[in-house]
Ligand binder design. Structure first.
Ligand code: HEM
Length: 435
């Protein structure tokens, strides 16, 4: 078990540092932080007490390679500086805390959260893969998985309301599109869309998903549709569509319960005086088996051009097909006014290899443009360990010698974030500069 530093947590500083890590001029990462905390916790099995967020086991094999967790390790890197500044907070606590406060940052309810998780040393306490529900399945599957975690139907539907923010990405899950129009705001739009819009099967060459009949711009997964077609689930989905306060109250309790599953007693936020109890009690796991230790962007500012902003957004989401279609109408070199970030920066940040290939080799975007932090696309790719992106950027002639506002070259950034593959690539790269 990782050594714990015994010092009180400065909650005010921690919250504002997490906020700055998730909401800044590079990205608005609250939705993915909400999802990471759910995936870290949603492996819990009430029958034997295995799984759950204690141990931060998503850092290790096999959990790190579970298909469901594709693309999620980036959040750990986003929180790297916060972890460094707060050695008294375990990674396991930091991930769940980030999920809880991300909800609040997006305008959602305050989610009760308590510390006390520890970090495992290795993957020996990882649950087996396949414990996160499969989006292509129906109500029976959803009920089986959430009952295994210890949730009632009402709590399950409230938790599914997490899809009111963020979107699906073909490159991560194979699905595509947002559930809501205001997908960086936490509200009950997911339930209003699900229950009051008309939905049809989307005609495309991807997996089964649904689109709204009126515009085709919104989507639902098969598991989302189960919240409408299953009578018991639909009762709660309708209630939340009609009453946002009820949704907020139920989501806060259900998500708080989720984040504390399988964790030491200190992490149970409902033990804190004044915090309302969860809707149904915590599942009691057999003691012997209990694990011991383990949004403020887009905005092409003054030079605003909707097509160019759309182009950058598609690059950010890794949607290479639509990006190609959007190219003729866009000023592909235009930088986002608020951040000086190009489409290349945005794709490099999230590791979208196909988009980088297209932008470097067909569009010809200058890879050495620096954003407001002085970072080039190579700095962003190095920070998050996107080795394949680094290779493409180097092949496109990206400079290895540009320093960012912190005085660091891409190589120094990769060393700081322990991205060993990228360090090797950058050390082997011929040193050159276009500047
Ligand atoms: C039956 C259960 C669930 C299934 C099958 C499911 C499936 C998915 C899938 C396929 C995606 C798209 C990922 C991507 O392509 O980037 C996604 C995204 C997301 N999920 Fe779920 N999910 C479930 C439950 C939940 C719960 C309980 C929460 C939170 C309380 C949640 C929060 C999110 C968020 C915020 C995103 C957007 C992430 C982003 O924008 O990067 N999901 N989910």
């Amino acid at each position: 078990m990782q050594p714990q530093v015994d010092k009180p947590v400065n909650m005010e500083a921690l919250k504002s540092e997490v906020r700055a890590a998730l909401i800044n001029r590079k990205s608005f990462s609250c939705p993915i932080a909400l999802r990471v905390a759910w995936h870290a916790s949603g492996t819990f099995d009430k029958h034997d007490g295995t799984g759950g967020s204690d141990g931060a086991t998503m850092r290790f094999e096999p959990e790190i390679s579970d298909d469901a967790n594709k693309g999620l390790s980036i959040v750990r890197d986003m929180l790297h500086e916060v972890k460094k500044a707060h050695p008294e907070v375990s990674e396991a606590d930091l991930w769940t805390y980030a999920g809880a406060v991300a909800t609040e940052f997006m305008g959602g309810p305050v989610v009760p959260h308590a510390f006390g998780r520890t970090d495992a040393d290795d993957g020996s306490s990882c649950p087996e893969n396949g414990r996160i529900p499969d989006a292509s399945k129906g109500a029976d599957h959803v009920r089986e998985f959430f009952t295994r975690m210890g949730f009632s139907d009402r709590e399950t539907v409230a938790l599914m309301g997490g899809h009111t923010v963020g979107r699906a990405h073909i490159v991560r899950s194979g699905f595509d599109g947002p559930w809501t129009r205001k997908n960086l705001s936490f509200d009950n739009e997911y339930f209003r869309n699900l229950m009051f819009e008309e939905w049809q099967v989307k005609e495309w060459d991807g997996p089964l998903q649904y689109e709204d009949v009126a515009t085709g711009e919104l989507m639902m997964l098969p598991t989302d549709m189960a919240m409408r077609t299953d009578a018991e689930y639909a009762k709660w989905a309708r209630a939340y569509a009609n009453d946002q306060d009820l949704f907020f109250a139920d989501f806060a309790k259900a998500y708080a319960k989720l984040l504390a599953l399988g964790c030491p007693e200190a992490c149970n936020p409902f033990n804190v005086p004044g915090v309302e109890p969860p809707i149904t009690p915590f599942p009691v796991a057999p003691a012997a088996a209990a694990p011991s230790g383990k949004c403020p962007f887009s905005g092409a500012g003054a030079s605003s051009d909707a097509s160019s902003a759309k182009f950058r957004e598609l690059a950010m989401h890794g949607s290479v097909g639509p990006l190609k279609k959007a190219t003729p109408a866009a000023d592909v070199h235009q930088l986002e006014a608020s951040s000086s970030r190009s489409a290349l920066h945005k794709a490099a940040f999230w590791g979208h290899v196909q988009v980088i290939d297209y932008l470097c080799n067909e569009v010809g975007i200058n890879p050495d443009v620096q954003d407001v932090y002085g970072d080039t696309a190579l700095h962003d790719a190095a920070r998050f360990g996107h080795a394949d992106v680094v290779k493409l950027l180097l092949a496109a002639g990206a400079s290895t010698s540009v320093t960012n506002a912190a005085g660091l070259t891409p190589l120094q950034v990769a060393v700081e974030y322990s991205k060993h593959d990228v360090v090797a690539l950058l050390k082997a790269a011929p040193s050159h500069s276009r500047l």
